[in-house]
Design a protein around this ligand. Structure first.
Ligand code: P6P
Length: 335
């Protein structure tokens, strides 16, 4: 039974030049995860469900738990002193930790502190998503926007927490994807899924079919393909859509499948945010042997231009993403 802390330190040996800063950063994330997990598990009892009535920069009404989680992760990262700045779905602008220790740190963190938080009120799983880069601006100075606008391929590490039937923290530093399950009696994360690999083929597709009429033609074509009867390819596939990216992703990662949030007529760039949802999830999926694109190009190679920019998202088993991309390509002119 290896704990998350022991595993991170063991893996640190893989990086001779490692100075332990990333280890301390990941342990700060672990600490905040435990605090948020405790609050989520009693959400119905504490006055912490429901909305604040305030809209975030996305134009979405912030849930009380969104702000709680954002504050806890921000505080843990600033206190640990291994991060020079953060960007968050819940913060309009990036935040620079201008202490001497902060300015001299080499990492920036981007996060969705509580993805799918509207599900909390109905007791459905939610998640935290985080993405870690080395800063590009000089050590010793406050961070700048360019430190955050890096393509996903530059990520040093990425991960998510799923607050589900059990609480798991899943991360990668580019050497495989590893999952840790929390023992609630001890509040300790133990290694439960080492070197997670996703099947090349799956039988599950995850998409909000309520938007069908607004989908691009290539997506409509792919959904028809999923629903056709063809025993040789075990179709029709199964539709599973929780409305919580981390939950749909985690299931598809383990069993095979594809998650699609495409552009729609009303949202031409899709809904999901490139920097702190799609890039970290794409990093993990590729590390597990899957694929992630915007329907045409690899997510991790997209050069970001804005902190909260959105992007269409196709992510999952490589054969399924290939098939969906082929249909997007075939029908691009009719999208
Ligand atoms: P819709 C949650 O708001 C989220 O960002 C993802 O977690 C989830 O997959 C998606 O949006 C759900 O969006 O439009 O289908 O309700």
């Amino acid at each position: 039974m290896i704990t998350l802390g022991e595993f991170i330190i063991d893996k640190q040996q893989d990086f001779p030049e490692a100075s332990g800063e990333l280890t301390l950063l990941l342990s700060a994330i672990q600490l905040a995860t435990k605090v948020v997990n405790r609050e989520i598990n009693k959400a119905g009892l504490a006055d912490i469900t429901g909305s604040t009535g305030v809209e975030n920069v996305q134009g979405e009404v912030q849930q009380k738990m969104d702000l709680y989680a954002n504050d806890k992760f921000k505080a843990a990262l600033e206190a640990r002193g291994e991060v020079c700045g953060i960007a968050s779905e819940e913060e309009d602008e990036f935040i620079s930790f201008n202490t001497e220790r902060g300015c001299n740190s080499k990492y920036v963190v981007l996060m969705d502190p509580l993805d799918g938080s509207s599900n909390i009120d109905v007791n459905v799983s939610v998640g935290t998503i985080f993405s870690i880069y080395k800063r590009k601006s000089p050590i010793g100075t406050p961070v700048v926007l360019e430190d955050f606008l890096q393509p996903g391929i530059e990520q040093v590490a990425a991960g998510y927490v799923i607050y589900g039937s059990s609480t798991m923290l899943v991360y990668s530093t580019g050497n495989g994807v590893h999952g840790f399950t929390c023992d609630p009696s001890l509040g300790v994360f133990y290694l439960s899924h080492q070197n997670m690999q996703t099947p090349k083929e799956g039988k599950t597709y995850s998409i909000n079919e309520g938007n069908y009429l607004k989908f691009p033609q290539g997506v409509k074509k792919y959904l028809k393909y999923c629903q056709e009867i063809d025993e040789s390819t075990q179709r029709p596939y199964t539709s599973r859509y929780i409305g919580s990216l981390v939950s749909d992703f985690h299931r598809n990662l383990l069993t095979g499948g594809i998650y699609i949030y495409p552009s729609t007529a009303s949202a031409p760039e899709g809904k999901l945010r490139l920097l702190y949802e799609c890039n970290p999830i794409a990093f993990l999926m590729e590390q597990a042997g899957g694929k992630a694109s915007d329907g045409f190009q690899r997510i991790l190679e997209i050069q970001p231009t804005e902190l909260h920019q959105r992007i269409p998202f196709f992510c999952g088993s490589s054969n399924m993403v290939d098939t969906a991309e082929a249909m997007m390509e075939e029908h691009q002119e009719t999208s």
